[in-house]
Design a protein around this ligand. Structure first.
Ligand code: SAM
Length: 403
C-alpha cells in the first residue's frame, strides 16, 4: 500500500484529470520523452499491445519501460488455488452468458471450500440480482443461500427460474432488502456462522457489505467490487486507519479511471477509439480556441458512422445537439483539425500513460478495504479469480474472522 501511494503521488495531476480537460496545458505533467516515444508508434498492432498493457515488446526507452514494469509489479496478485471443478448438469448454465459462466465456475469451488472449511451455516449473496450465482452454487453443492437485492423485479425473475431448475432439497431464499450498514433487516441476516459473498458489488455496495460484515462479525467475506465511479465522495474511500495516515483521495475522473477497461480490446476497437478521441479532442480545442466555451463537455452518444465522415460534419452534428451555431465554413473547420492534429495526436499518446495507472488506482481502493478488514481482526488475502480477458474486475478480497 505504501509503495502504491509513493508510486501514484507524483502522477496525481495525471490521474485526477482527464487529458482533454487539461487542454491547452495538456502535457505539463507528462515526461516529454515518454510522450514522444508513444506518439511515434503508428503500427496498430503495437498500439493494441500497449492498450492491453503488454509493454514488453513495445516500449524501448528505459524510464518508460520502468514505469510500466513498476505498475505491473505493484498490481500482481496470486491466482485462486486449484480446487476440484464445480459439479454441473444440463441446468447449470441455462440462460447464463459466457462471462457470468466463467465467473460462477471460478467462484463456486472457492465458496464451497470456505463454506465447509469454516462450518458456515448460510451464505448471503450480496446484490445477488437474479441470483444466478446463488442458484448455480446451491444446485451444485446443496449449501444454504439467501440472495439479497433491493430490486424486487430481478428477484422475481430469479425466483421463477429457480422454481424450474432447483435441484435437491436446498432452495435459494430471495429477500428484497437494502444492503446497508444502517439497515436493521439486513444486519439481522448476518452473524458469525454466516458468510457474505458479493460478486460485482457496484460502487458503495462493496463498502456496505464489508462494513456490515465486520459489524456483525460475519465469519467469511468474499467481495469483488466494480463501478468505482459510483462510490460516494466522502466515506467510501480510505476506510482503514492505515490509509488515513497518508491518504489518496480519488475524484470522479480518477474513480472512472479505476474502473479500467470494460470491453475486450481488439484491433478494430483500438482503431475506433482512436478516431473517436481525435475528433472529440479536436472539438474540445475548437470550442476553447474559437468559441471560448470550456463549459460544454457532454454531447451524448453519437452513432459509429459519424466518425467515417469529415470533421466538419462531426462538428455540425455535435453543435446541433447542444444548440450552438457553427460560425465557420467546412474548409475552415477542416484546416483547424489539420492544424491541431499534432497536439491532438500527442493527447492520444498521453492517454496511454494515464490509462496505465488505472489498475493501480483500483488496487489502492481494494487494499484499503482489505486493510480495513485486517484492522478488524480478519485474516485477508486478495486473489485474482477470473481471467482478466473475460472479466476484468477480477480481484477478490477473501477474509476470515480470526479466532
Ligand atoms: C452489478 S449487479 C451484480 C449482480 C450479481 N451479483 C451478478 O454478479 O450477476 C449489482 C446488483 O446489486 C444490487 N444492489 C445495488 N446496491 C444495492 C443495495 N444497496 N442493496 C441491495 N442491492 C443492491 C443491484 O440491484 C444489482 O442487482
Amino acid at each position: 500500500m505504501k509503495e502504491i501511494v509513493s508510486f501514484l503521488k507524483p502522477y496525481q495531476s495525471i490521474w485526477q484529470n482527464e487529458i482533454m480537460l487539461l487542454y491547452p496545458q495538456s502535457f505539463d505533467n507528462f515526461n516529454p520523452e515518454w510522450l514522444d516515444e508513444i506518439n511515434q508508434i503508428e503500427d496498430m498492432e503495437l498500439l493494441l499491445q500497449l492498450e492491453k498493457k503488454l509493454h514488453q515488446n513495445v516500449v524501448k526507452g528505459k524510464s518508460l519501460y520502468d514505469f510500466y514494469e513498476g505498475v505491473e509489479n505493484l498490481t500482481r496478485f496470486p491466482a485462486s488455488p486449484q480446487l476440484p471443478e464445480m459439479p454441473e448438469n444440463k441446468y447449470s448454465w441455462l440462460y447464463i452468458i459466457p462471462k457470468k459462466k466463467h465467473e460462477i465456475k471460478q467462484l463456486g469451488p472457492l465458496i464451497s471450500h470456505f463454506y465447509h472449511q469454516n462450518q458456515i451455516e448460510r451464505m448471503i449473496d450480496i446484490g445477488g440480482g437474479i441470483g444466478l450465482l446463488s442458484q448455480t452454487v446451491s444446485n451444485a453443492y446443496q449449501i444454504k443461500i439467501t440472495s439479497v437485492d433491493m430490486d424486487g423485479k430481478l428477484q422475481e425473475t430469479g425466483r421463477k427460474r429457480h422454481e424450474k431448475n432447483a435441484q435437491g432439497l436446498e432452495k435459494v431464499e430471495f429477500k428484497q432488502i437494502k444492503v446497508s450498514k444502517d439497515e436493521p433487516s439486513f444486519l439481522a441476516e448476518l452473524n458469525s456462522k454466516r458468510m457474505t459473498v458479493g460478486l460485482h458489488t457496484c460502487g458503495p455496495l462493496a463498502v456496505s457489505q464489508i462494513q456490515a460484515s465486520v459489524a456483525q462479525k460475519v465469519k467469511t467475506v468474499i467481495n469483488l467490487g466494480c463501478c468505482y465511479l459510483k462510490l460516494n465522495d466522502g466515506d467510501d474511500q480510505n476506510l482503514s486507519e492505515f490509509a488515513k495516515i497518508d491518504p489518496l483521495h480519488m475524484n470522479p475522473y480518477a474513480l472512472t479511471l479505476a474502473c479500467g477497461p470494460h470491453r475486450k480490446v481488439s484491433l478494430d476497437s483500438v482503431a475506433f477509439k482512436r478516431s473517436v478521441k481525435y475528433y472529440r479532442y479536436s472539438l474540445h480545442a475548437l470550442l476553447i480556441d474559437k468559441y471560448q466555451r470550456d463549459d460544454i463537455l457532454v454531447f451524448g452518444n453519437s452513432s459509429d458512422k459519424v466518425y467515417d465522415g469529415s470533421f466538419a460534419q462531426y462538428v455540425r452534428g455535435q453543435f446541433e445537439k447542444v444548440g450552438l451555431a457553427v460560425t465557420q465554413a467546412d474548409e475552415e473547420l477542416q484546416s483547424f483539425y489539420e492544424e491541431k492534429f499534432p497536439i491532438v495526436k500527442k493527447m492520444y499518446a498521453a492517454g496511454f500513460i494515464r490509462d496505465a495507472l488505472s489498475r493501480l488506482l483500483e488496487v489502492y481502493l481494494l487494499l484499503d478495504r482489505a486493510i480495513y478488514l485486517e484492522e478488524n481482526n480478519y485474516q485477508v488475502e486478495i486473489l485474482e479469480v477470473f481471467d482478466e480477458n473475460i472479466s476484468p474486475r477480477n480481484l477478490a478480497i477473501i477474509a476470515h474472522l480470526r479466532g
